[in-house]
Ligand binder design. Structure first.
Ligand SMILES: [Zn+2]
Length: 508
């Protein structure tokens, strides 16, 4: 008889392992932060005695869900701008607001709120990409969750860096310090091919290789992106990033809405993981990702919520349901993407997509004890996740029942982080929200007032009315035009005028 820290008994166990083993009644033996044994209750009880034994009351015990692509601090930007095209939404609203307001404190708060929501929806691991990513990592580790935290790199000035070189330095320093952390896997995140340069893609892949950490990027999210890529580089997105050496790194490709079978094979051979983000693709009308084809190709496809501002929530059970339903509708075949496959995507395949399949995603001996217990008797799954972390086993990442959005549980016994209504943190959240909303409303008004815009743009040299209209349509404001890359301006205005305008706006 072997003694372990904890024995969970009398559970209906969905292991989500390769054989999809289920045990009912089943039991799991846990030591430290890892699963020692899992199987039929009678067998486990014969071999193991727990210092603490918990009767799960016949509830469903399964791996915590894995949110394969998100930007957690954007909980603070939720509802700021909806019903817009991705490029307008990004360059007209999100990026200007982020440049203005995002700080380490903003990121910490946004992450805390997100962790509460994620925990409530049964998530134990997520894959993030944002600015000040070290603040995401800190707040996530405090909440007791596991995450791949990717420091963003873009070609223009962003909230935490004036140049891409600065971002690279921040990323290197952050990765060095967090590599080997029990809960956080640091990573690097060149935002997307259209917001980076070949040089950035090469440099980020090199850095990821050097530290053997994942590289997280948006790939082929919209048809607009693919069209631009074809016009500018004569090839689709996946071959383009391959040409820059991206696949020498462990890539996590978010979206992959507009990729063809050849690109899927390239991703497969590169060992890249994919995150399918059904709500975000619906909200931004990005299209329908070829999920069935990707799975048939053999790709590890996980499911992600994307940032809370493009969703507008972090509910993974809803995401699993949508992934299954949309696949059925799109293929005109109700047998497409059955429930078990959808759930596998949200657990084991998701972990593999994030290159951490050896750590989490299934209830298998040797994996971390990232568990959720679902009380089926209470009907709603996400309302009924029971707090395993109240058991207080240090190092176990567990999902718990957050009674309200403002509560976040940490692994220490009886020590949840509670953000009460009067909490200074929540008050700051309110301030940030108020200010960002005001900012967005005023920038929206500016955008609405075409006359003002026209006169703003009158300063631009050599630009007639027709071209001015094109610029307004594409970039929304004078500052949008000023932030545009030379290539963006060339795309809108043609080579000669685009180059001239860029040179006028960016005197060396
Ligand atoms: Zn995203």
């Amino acid at each position: 008889m072997q003694t372990t820290d904890i024995l969970l008994t009398n559970a209906h166990i969905l292991t989500m392992d390769e054989q999809m083993n289920q045990f009912n009644p089943g039991a799991i033996a846990i030591n430290g932060d890892s699963i020692i044994a899992v199987g039929p209750e009678a067998d486990i009880k014969k071999e193991y005695a727990g210092r603490e034994t918990v009767d799960c009351g016949g509830s469903l015990l399964m791996p915590g869900l894995i949110n394969a692509h998100t930007h957690v601090p954007m909980t603070l930007l939720r509802g700021l701008a909806d019903d817009l095209r991705l490029d307008v939404w990004l360059s007209g609203y999100m990026w200007p607001v982020e440049r203005e307001f995002v700080s380490p404190e903003f990121v910490r708060l946004g992450t805390q709120i997100a962790c509460a929501e994620l925990i409530r929806s049964g998530v134990t691991t997520f894959n993030d990409m944002y600015f000040y990513e070290e603040s995401v990592a800190k707040a996530t580790a405090e909440a007791g969750m596991r995450a791949v935290c990717g420091q963003s790199v873009l070609k223009f000035p962003v909230a935490d860096a004036d140049s891409y070189e600065d971002s690279m330095e921040i990323a290197r320093d952050y990765i060095q310090r967090w590599k080997g952390h029990p809960l956080i896997i640091p990573s690097i995140a060149p935002h997307a091919p259209y917001t980076t340069t070949p040089e950035i893609l090469r440099a980020t892949a090199e850095l990821a290789k050097e530290f053997d950490v994942p590289l997280h990027i948006h790939i082929a999210e919209t048809s607009f992106e693919v069209e631009n890529m074809r016009n500018e580089n004569g090839m689709p997105v996946v071959p383009y990033v391959k040409k820059q050496g991206l696949f020498e790194a462990k890539v996590i490709a978010a979206h992959c809405v507009h990729i063809d079978p050849g690109e899927m094979r390239t991703l497969l051979h590169a060992g890249a993981g994919v995150s399918h983000n059904p709500s975000s693709n619906l909200k931004l009308a990005s299209g329908f990702a070829p999920v069935m084809k990707m799975l048939e190709t053999g790709l590890n496809v996980g499911i992600g919520t994307d940032g809370p501002a493009s969703n507008n929530d972090l509910d993974m059970f809803e995401e699993v349901r949508l992934a299954a339903f949309i696949a059925k509708a799109v293929t005109n075949d109700p047998t497409s993407l059955p429930a078990a496959t959808a759930l596998t995507m949200a657990t084991r395949l998701g972990a593999q997509a994030l290159h951490i399949g050896h750590l989490t995603g299934s209830l298998t001996p040797g994996r971390r004890a990232d568990l959720i217990l679902i009380d089926g008797g209470r009907g709603q799954l996400n309302a009924a996740l029971t707090a395993l972390n109240r058991l207080g086993i240090e190092g176990i990442t567990v999902a718990g029942l957050a009674k309200r959005e403002e509560e976040i549980y940490v692994p220490e016994r009886e020590a949840p982080i509670r953000l009460e209504r009067r909490d200074p943190a929540l008050q700051l959240l309110q301030t940030v929200r108020d200010e960002t909303h005001r900012f967005a409303v005023s920038s929206h008004r500016r955008r609405r007032s075409k006359r003002t815009l026209h006169s703003e743009l009158e300063d631009l040299p050599g630009i007639g009315d027709k071209r001015r209209r094109l610029l307004i349509e594409r970039f929304g404001s004078l500052s949008g035009v000023k932030q545009a890359s030379e290539q963006d301006l060339i795309n809108v205005l043609g080579r000669k005028i685009g180059k001239t305008l860029y040179a006028e706006l960016h005197p060396a």
